[in-house]
Design a binder for this molecule. Structure first.
Ligand SMILES: Cc1ncc(COP(=O)(O)O)c(C=O)c1O
Length: 442
């Protein structure tokens, strides 16, 4: 199916205008997805789709079976408790003990409608704890929807690209952005979407130190839990443990998505873990919005109640069963997703063999690890221009410019949906692209 590459300009232009997009390069992830669905249909070409972080592996059977079983037993007609099923809360507390080596009471372990709801609920509650302290600081590049969540509830944010502030340099950069004391919280993902940077324990301890000084809540997004495949974080109760802010600081919220690690994106269930210290914090200004000044109570019976009155019943049973198998050492969830790292290694080579560069190429002084995402550029193009050009070659991704990255030449590629059977196509298309553009490279 490679014979009609590049796709004719007129066809692409027609579909872009039918989708109502003014620029491909600035489109959101979901807009690109919609555009590529339409382009595949109009051109008859299967795209090499790297735009959206959809798990490319089947959902774990342990979860699916437990969910079907729960439905057969009649849970669909019953409202779940907002705070979550007791057996799920217990397994969540066990999971963080066994894989992060931290102690959190089950009361602070709350299932959410995807980690997406977890961040939304966190922003809403954390930014109301203290009058005037109502901004979130993002350690970027990051997941664009988080900023969208703040915008739609009228809250502000700050951000900076961490690439030039790794290690000890992080402290001063954070201080610079926190001095006016209007920031309530810091959010970062680790491993990082999109750059796959992995913050070290030293950097996490710096974040903790600064958070303590400015009385901040740290929201740690562990959507890619255990997926820094350079270390084996898969053995319950045995080091090494997933690096985490919780090793250094006591006011945190951990967001642990089950979308990628358990390939359970479709059921929209995630884990949110509030530290005991934060759960029990009294913040008088919460009373303006909630009937209580207690953080944990406001979070569950105020925010979560108002948002969705808890998380659907049957996926909670699925997650409880999955976690139990993982905690008991019967299911190695990290082994299952290693395929992503292996594919990334091959795909990165196909890109670099054809004139492309890896943008975020270093993790401190090591080469960046192979994981769920990687970033690339092509000499002479901005990220938005390159994204538009690649569409004609049947390749889709997202521009780094929507992620808070300062590397405007870059594009994020997600490896999950690209089948190994598409590697020859990817190779062919990138070679064609390179042949058509290398004369422009200075
Ligand atoms: C960094 C990050 N956080 C959160 C999410 C959303 O997770 P969920 O599917 O659990 O809502 C994603 C999904 O791509 C992500 O990459």
């Amino acid at each position: 199916m490679t014979d009609r590459i590049p796709i004719p300009v007129e066809l692409v232009n027609k579909v872009v205008s039918e989708c109502g997009l003014s620029s491909i390069g600035r489109a959101s992830i979901r807009e690109i997805k919609k555009l590529v669905d339409c382009l595949e249909q109009a051109s008859g070409q299967r795209f090499v789709r790297m735009e959206m972080g959809i798990p490319g592996l089947p959902a774990s059977a342990i979860g699916v079976e437990a969910q079907i079983d729960a439905l057969n037993k009649g849970v669909a007609s019953l409202y779940p408790d907002i705070q979550g099923l007791p057996e799920l809360k217990d397994e969540m507390a066990r999971f963080v003990k066994l894989f992060i080596n931290i102690q959190v009471k089950p009361e602070g372990c709350i299932p959410t409608v995807g980690s997406m709801q977890g961040s939304f609920a966190s922003f809403m509650t954390v930014n109301r704890m203290k009058e005037g302290k109502n901004k979130t600081l993002f350690i970027d590049p990051g997941f664009p929807v988080h900023k969208q969540q703040l915008k739609i509830i009228g809250l502000e944010y700050r951000s900076f690209d961490v690439y030039n502030y790794r290690g000890q340099a992080l402290r001063n950069k954070l201080e610079e952005l926190l001095t006016d004391e209007t920031v309530s919280s810091i959010l970062y993902s680790n491993p990082n979407n999109p750059a796959w940077i992995c913050l070290t324990e030293e950097e996490l301890s710096i974040i903790a130190e600064v958070a303590q000084k400015h009385d901040l809540v740290v929201i740690e997004d562990l959507a890619y839990f255990g997926m820094d495949f350079r270390k084996d974080y898969s053995r319950p109760g045995q080091p090494p443990f997933q690096p985490s802010i919780s090793h250094f600081y006591d006011k945190y919220i951990l967001l642990i998505s089950s979308s990628k690690v358990f390939s359970y994106a479709g059921e929209r269930i995630g884990m949110l873990v509030i530290s005991d210290a934060l759960f029990n914090t009294q913040a008088p200004d919460l009373k303006k919005y909630y009937g209580t000044d207690n953080f944990g109570h406001a979070f569950i019976y105020g925010t979560m109640y108002a948002l969705s009155s808890g998380t659907a019943h049957s996926p909670q049973h699925a997650l409880a069963a999955l976690l139990k198998a993982v905690n008991d050492g019967k299911y190695n969830f990290v082994d299952y997703v290693k395929e992503y790292g292996e594919k990334a290694a091959v795909m990165k080579k196909i890109f670099t063999d054809n004139g492309f560069h890896i943008v975020y190429d270093k993790d401190l002084d090591e080469p960046i690890a192979d994981g769920f995402y990687f970033t690339f550029s092509y000499p002479g193009f901005s990220g938005t221009q390159l994204l538009e050009k690649l569409v004609y070659y049947g390749i889709s991704a997202i521009s780094l410019s929507i992620t808070g990255s300062e590397r405007t030449e870059g594009i994020r590629a997600c490896v999950s949906l690209v089948g190994r059977d598409q590697f020859p196509d990817l190779e062919y298309r990138l070679r064609r692209f390179h042949e058509d553009h290398k004369s422009l490279v200075k």
